[in-house]
Design a protein around this ligand. Sequence first.
Ligand SMILES: Cc1cc2nc3c(=O)[nH]c(=O)nc-3n(C[C@H](O)[C@H](O)[C@H](O)COP(=O)(O)OP(=O)(O)OC[C@H]3O[C@@H](n4cnc5c(N)ncnc54)[C@H](O)[C@@H]3O)c2cc1C
Ligand SMILES: NC(=O)c1ccc[n+]([C@@H]2O[C@H](COP(=O)([O-])OP(=O)(O)OC[C@H]3O[C@@H](n4cnc5c(N)ncnc54)[C@H](OP(=O)(O)O)[C@@H]3O)[C@@H](O)[C@H]2O)c1
Length: 483
Amino acid sequence: MAVFQFSRRFSSLSSNPLRVCVVGSGPAGFYTAEKMLKAHQRAQVDIIDRLPTPFGLVRSGVAPDHPETKIVVNQFSRVAQNDRCSFFGNVSLGSSISLSELRELYHVVVLSYGAESDRALVVPGEDLAGIHSAREFVWWYNGHPDCKDLALDLKSTDTAVILGQGNVALDVARILLRPTMELATTDIASHALSALEESSIRKVYLIGRRGPVQAACTAKELREVLGIKDLYIHIQEADLLKTPADEEELKNSRIQRRVYELLSKAANSGCSHPRSGQRELHFIFFRKPDRFLDSDDRSGHVTSVRLEKTMLKESDGSGKQIAVGTGQFEDLECGMVLKSIGYKSVPVDGLPFDHRKGVVPNIRGRVVTDTSGDPTQLEEGLYVAGWLKRGPTGIIATNLYCAEETVATISEDLELGVLASTSSLPKPGREGLLQLLDSRNVRVLPFSAWEKINAEEKRLGSLRSKPREKLTTWDELLKVATQ
Ligand SMILES: Cc1cc2nc3c(=O)[nH]c(=O)nc-3n(C[C@H](O)[C@H](O)[C@H](O)COP(=O)(O)OP(=O)(O)OC[C@H]3O[C@@H](n4cnc5c(N)ncnc54)[C@H](O)[C@@H]3O)c2cc1C
Ligand SMILES: NC(=O)c1ccc[n+]([C@@H]2O[C@H](COP(=O)([O-])OP(=O)(O)OC[C@H]3O[C@@H](n4cnc5c(N)ncnc54)[C@H](OP(=O)(O)O)[C@@H]3O)[C@@H](O)[C@H]2O)c1
């Protein structure tokens, strides 16, 4: 039945459409679909996502107290509603369908499935209870169905350590420290709000292996965390001393200058000690994690992080300074650790993958079989966009330029005839995909199913003066989607 409806909707389109499948419905996927539809009137674009919900990290990464950032989903929804575009949720590349099957079904496959794992830290004690990746913590407060039941304990400690000083680390620190009354009117998951309301965490340490000149965050996000109501901020003034190499870095980067200025200002303003009960945020620079320590009774729960002091050294002629250990150690007591040292993409079967960089080897979005840069080694009809293409950095808008580049490459290949052998022959595309998934009993959820989830979340939210109350389990999502 579902197959019939989908087929009829498209039967009136071009008799030999260019069948395009985009895997992943985050910013990179939607921008790619939008550009493809615009550049090629013959194109029929299907976007698949493993979740019942679209929009990737705009839904499950962007912080709940940043509603303005999420407005971009209106633009993405218009793309999904285009007559030549379809969204199919609950379809996972790798388990519902393989890459080779998708490539058989479509002329062009664009992989934009993001980075759903974590950069490895690899220090002893990492598997102790109380240690999580920031990715999991973010998924937890944003109601991602894979992390609703994350074993988080915010009630047994007053101290959390966050490793890393990028924007994700700042988001996570802000969520832990911001008054919960201010979060209550956001779209934060209700289980997270309740846990934060009962949280005993008062002190948060943000640990950077390099100095304030190299902090990976940006000024707007730093200003926001520094501006949290009634928060004691601590930064060691000695850490703000600059070397000639630091001065050189600052000269070359406006972002770094603004971040450094904000940190200097914060170090020199405010009280020298926290008031009793006041929440605290400590910026710790020039320290790298060496190991995590268990309690004396070996309860299996983290009780402190051993940090090694670092110094900076120029790595090569690039001017980039890297942190090297000094052999001096100190322990920082804490009951929770969030590793915020970056995300990492994971390969699927049959996909060339550069394990060192954590990306798919590509030339301007065109997937190549190895990293040698030999353009003849291309994987015909296979492209990549977003974090899977560039690595896990960049804001939403970065993916617009990234998608533009990939679509320009696809257009170039079509014009040069690189895809001629496949694009002139009809491919089963959407109908073939739906038949295959149907035969495997995969419950495909079209965009209209997401619209049902969206309406229900907004209805539940309105009862609590929130923009939405997210459905946070697979069961709830599937139930509402298929009603
Ligand atoms: C915590 C956090 C907060 C952020 N906040 C901001 C912000 O405030 N402002 C800003 O501009 N940028 C922000 N960013 C950056 C921005 O979110 C990213 O640049 C952007 O989302 C990357 O887009 P993407 O499409 O490559 O990946 P994603 O957004 O991760 O999308 C990938 C999609 O692929 C799907 N998928 C994964 N595996 C499969 C599979 N096997 N099969 C099918 N589908 C699959 C996922 O479900 C997901 O929908 C933030 C990033 C993080 C991590
Ligand atoms: N509001 C926003 O616009 C927003 C919000 C969230 C995220 N984002 C974007 O999303 C992207 C990802 O953010 P992110 O914070 O995950 O990554 P990031 O910006 O790359 O920051 C990673 C942090 O981890 C540190 N680190 C890496 N490896 C480490 C190790 N082995 N030991 C100790 N520290 C280590 C890095 O230090 P070094 O610098 O020394 O490597 C850096 O401080 C960024 O581009 C970010 O701007 C944007």
